[in-house]
Design a protein around this ligand. Structure first.
Ligand code: HEC
Length: 154
């Protein structure tokens, strides 16, 4: 068997050690799973609101709980992005490393989403269709802005 030069053997051992150091903790893995599950619900709820608006006469009794759910979930999302929960976690995730490099920009977009989801909730409560449509447009804009910059392609 060929013997590794001492320096190379050391480097290999160092690499293994650094991978071990980056293995995701259960808390990080849970945060990734929780945010993906929540975004999935958000995607479904947002689509349902869109379908109601597209129908031309949205059923506000259907829209109200969806809008409330969107607002509640949006407000919780910031705690599901702990440091270490990006690609380096080793867990399957579309969260880009830029989320933690340009964190202020990411946090700003999260704030925009929270504000827009609250406005959607208020518009749904008021029952005004034009207001609901405008709020839907603003909220949809926040999804796209963030995905374009901070979510990896599939
Ligand atoms: C501030 C950034 C940000 C905003 C705003 C945002 N998203 Fe996302 N979204 C992400 C990131 C990052 C992921 C990838 C999460 C992962 O894979 O760990 C994601 C993933 C998703 C997914 C895939 C979930 C899955 O794993 O199955 C859906 C669906 C989704 N978002 C819908 C939406 C919708 C709808 C909105 C707006 C109402 C929205 N998102 C707003 C950042 C954002």
């Amino acid at each position: 068997m060929m013997k590794l030069p001492y320096s190379l053997a050391l480097a290999t051992a160092g690499l293994a050690a650094s991978y071990a150091a980056y293995a995701a903790t259960p808390a990080v893995t849970n945060a990734i799973k929780a945010r993906q599950a929540s975004y999935k619900e958000i995607g479904g709820a947002f689509k349902s609101v869109n379908d109601e608006i597209k129908s031309g006469s949205p059923d506000m009794n259907s829209v109200r709980p969806l809008a409330r759910d969107l607002a509640t979930r949006a407000a919780l999302l910031p705690k599901y992005f702990p440091k270490g929960s990006g690609p380096e976690s080793g867990v399957k995730t579309r969260a880009k490393a830029e989320i933690w490099k340009d964190n202020a920009a990411f946090v700003k977009l999260q704030g925009d989403m929270i504000t827009a989801a609250k406005a959607l909730d208020a518009a749904a409560a008021s029952g005004n269709v034009a207001g609901l449509t405008a709020a839907r447009n603003s909220l949809g804009g926040t999804c796209k802005s963030c995905h374009d910059r901070f979510r990896a392609e599939l």
